[in-house]
Design a protein around this ligand. Structure first.
Ligand SMILES: *[C@@H]1O[C@H](CO)[C@@H](O)[C@H](O)[C@H]1NC(C)=O
Ligand SMILES: *[C@@H]1O[C@H](CO)[C@@H](O)[C@H](O)[C@H]1NC(C)=O
Ligand SMILES: *[C@@H]1O[C@H](CO)[C@@H](O)[C@H](O)[C@H]1NC(C)=O
Ligand SMILES: *[C@@H]1O[C@H](CO)[C@@H](O)[C@H](O)[C@H]1NC(C)=O
Ligand SMILES: *[C@@H]1O[C@H](CO)[C@@H](O)[C@H](O)[C@H]1NC(C)=O
Length: 617
């Protein structure tokens, strides 16, 4: 009886599904002048890739706020929403209606006929208009072809991005008018209202994308070098997915990516936390999104992490990631030792540059810093026509020029074009496929034999005191682990875990200001090593689930709960930084319900992750 009922329900569900699919496929992509769509109705692009309609971002049951949006049809709102019309004015019922009104603009009316949103007023004396959802995901208001309007675009949603960039959208600004196409985050995953975070293309110097939270820069992509953004070479290396370009014209500087034929659907999403994620749709079988890359990736992506003339290196956890460009030393060594590195570095030997009878004379020279993300170009001067040799001569002749580099690497070799920096250089880091930066130094700093000898004298005492410090820190961590191990057991039992939201938030904060493991910021329980040893029967063969290049995975029982424990290979060379990245990555994956991270443990060389054991062997 029950089985029959269940079968009937299944059949009904299937029928509804088929019915709605039929409805969808028969939906039109065009709204004619005077026409409207009500809540429940949709526009579907010609090939079916995108849908325009009403949606609620909050889970069923919560009092509904209704939004008009465009989403990627294969997925579902709110996850797949690319654009939202009435972000600032949600409707409070399902009686909203989108009207292509006779005054030639799209109007979103609420139940009482009030306008919640409208596309910009178009010329009312223009011929009749239609709205059409294109297969690119762009909603356009066009002059009706049939009435002699020629089909020209009067308004388009691509000009008003929300938090998502899809292929073909132009992200940038018009230097003449200041008009900007930037991304603004949602306030929360279930709230499309404009949040605090923004990503925009800065066109000062060379084009560079900057992530903001309020008035503070979170991260910068680094200057565009003709092929990629200096700090994000990997963006240009997704063959078969999309190609990227930055168009530079007097009336437009814009970043745009183009989907390649047969590639999975890709998007750039600005999360409510301010991170940019590059995602691709897994396809009908996998469902869900693959996160290819995210920015910020590590501590060094935090804007200006090491201050003026600082140089960030993501793999040198031991020196707290920050160093100075050759010829510079920390401006305040005591602050640096307290991990406050944003004060930057100071020149060791003053430059020798002046004027005699109007002609500059100098004994300075340049030293190349290889493999870096070029500094912020906000105050830099760019000349695309100069050669690198001319660039050097110009920089040398100008006493306020402190560094130069090639502006365009497309020609190969040393590149072409010229960027010159005055004042300070900030936001420099080592990066894969990094560029050459030429830094101006006093003559005595160019020949560094003497310096090396001097450095050796300092290195030994510094190393000894660092070792002592590490030992003390290690003891402190073990002690704290003991204390917190108990507390975390309780958290396990009561399931009191920090929400993903809070955790991700903590992550970003912690990327920007901390650099040591075991910080409270990543509010994860630290688990006592002793507890793990007994849970896994001293890492016995029987408890081993698998092994990979990264280490071994064991099953175990911790506080009556089956867990998987990942023991990172001691010989894997994985440092604190990689371990942290892994913790961050898993904390992110957690959002996708793939694996739940319950805690972590650091014990001497041992680094362990404790996760929920997944179903199966
Ligand atoms: C929407 O269109 C229907 C006819 O298709 C019409 O009866 C209704 O009044 C329209 N609603 C609005 C708000 O224009
Ligand atoms: C919905 O909004 C309208 C005005 O936009 C307002 O008059 C009405 O009271 C609201 N209803 C609820 C239930 O909040
Ligand atoms: C509106 O369009 C008409 C005809 O296309 C044109 O002559 C007129 O200048 C336009 N007005 C404005 C304000 O753009
Ligand atoms: C550019 O110059 C302004 C004014 O001197 C300064 O406030 C700002 O920090 C500089 N920006 C960079 C990236 O150096
Ligand atoms: C030096 O360079 C700066 C920035 O490029 C520029 O503003 C200044 O006029 C130059 N000075 C001379 C003497 O060329």
């Amino acid at each position: 009886m029950a089985a029959a009922a269940a079968a009937a329900i299944k059949f009904l569900n299937l029928a509804t599904l088929i019915f709605s699919v039929l409805l969808l496929t028969s939906a039109s992509d065009t709204l004619n002048s005077g026409g409207n769509i009500t809540d429940g109705e949709t526009l579907v692009s010609a090939g079916g890739l995108f849908t325009l309609g009403f949606f609620s971002p909050s889970p069923a049951g919560v009092p509904t706020k209704r939004y008009l949006g465009i989403w990627f049809t294969a997925s579902a709102p709110p996850e797949a929403v690319c654009w939202v019309a009435n972000r600032e004015a949600p409707l409070n019922s399902t009686s909203g209606v989108l009207v292509m009104d006779s005054a030639r603009s799209l109007l979103l009316l609420d139940g009482s006929g009030q306008t919640a949103w409208s596309s910009s007023k178009t010329n009312t004396t223009a011929p009749a208009t239609v709205a059409q959802l294109l297969e690119s995901g762009n909603l356009v208001v066009l002059r009706d072809k049939t009435s002699g309007g020629g089909g020209s675009v009067l308004w388009q949603s691509f000009d008003h991005p929300s938090n998502t960039l899809i292929a073909g959208m132009r992200f940038g600004r018009n230097p003449r008018t200041g008009e900007e196409r930037s991304l603004t985050s949602w306030r929360a995953p279930d709230d499309p209202a404009p949040g605090d975070c923004r990503v925009a293309l800065d066109t000062r110097g060379l084009p560079h994308a900057v992530g903001w939270r309020g008035g503070a820069k979170l991260y910068s992509s680094g200057p565009w070098n003709g092929r990629w953004f200096s700090g994000f070479p990997e963006m240009a290396s997704y063959p078969g997915i999309y190609s990227i370009e930055v168009a530079v014209r007097p009336d437009e500087v814009a970043f745009v990516f183009t989907a390649l034929a047969g590639a999975p659907f890709a998007r750039l999403l600005l999360t409510d936390e301010g991170a940019i994620q590059q995602q691709t749709w897994r396809g009908p079988a996998g469902r869900g999104w693959n996160i290819w890359d995210a920015s910020p990736r590590d501590v060094c992506d935090a804007y200006g992490k090491c201050g003026a003339f600082g140089l960030c290196d993501a793999v040198t956890a031991s020196t707290l990631f920050c160093g100075c460009v050759h010829g510079f030393s920390p401006a305040s060594p005591s602050e640096w030792s307290m991990r406050e590195t944003s004060g930057g570095c100071r020149r060791d030997v003053p430059l020798d540059c002046g004027k005699t009878n109007g002609t500059p004379t100098t004994t300075d020279g340049f030293r190349v810093v290889r493999g870096v993300k070029l500094p912020d170009t906000d105050n830099a001067t760019v000349d695309m026509t100069a050669t690198l040799e001319q660039c050097r001569a110009r920089c040398l002749a100008n006493c306020s020029c402190v560094a130069y580099a090639a502006a365009d690497i497309r020609v190969g070799g040393d590149g072409s074009g010229c960027v010159m920096w005055v004042g300070d250089i900030v936001d420099v880091r080592y990066v894969d496929k990094g560029q050459d930066l030429y830094v101006r130094l006093a003559k005595s700093e160019l020949n560094d034999e003497k310096r090396r000898a001097a450095a050796k004298l300092i290195v030994i005492p510094v190393t000894v005191s660092l070792l002592a410090l590490t030992a003390v820190l290690g003891m402190y961590l073990v002690w704290r682990c003991r204390l917190r191990g108990r507390a975390s057991s309780l958290m396990f039992l009561q399931g009191q875990r920090p929400s993903n939201h809070a955790q991700t938030k903590a992550m970003l904060g912690f990327l920007s200001k901390t650099s040591e493991l075991g910080d409270d910021d990543l509010d994860l329980p630290l688990v006592c090593f002793g507890d793990i040893v007994s849970a896994t029967n001293n890492f016995s063969e029987e408890n081993m689930l698998g092994q990979g290049g990264f280490g071994k995975v064991y099953k175990g029982v911790l506080d009556d709960r089956e867990v998987a424990i990942k023991r990172l290979g001691q010989g894997s060379g994985q440092g604190a930084e990689e371990f942290r990245n892994e913790v961050l990555l898993i904390a992110k994956l957690q959002h996708r319900n793939l694996v739940r991270l319950l805690g972590c443990c650091i014990h001497g060389d041992e680094k362990l992750l404790i996760c929920c054991k997944q179903k199966g062997p």
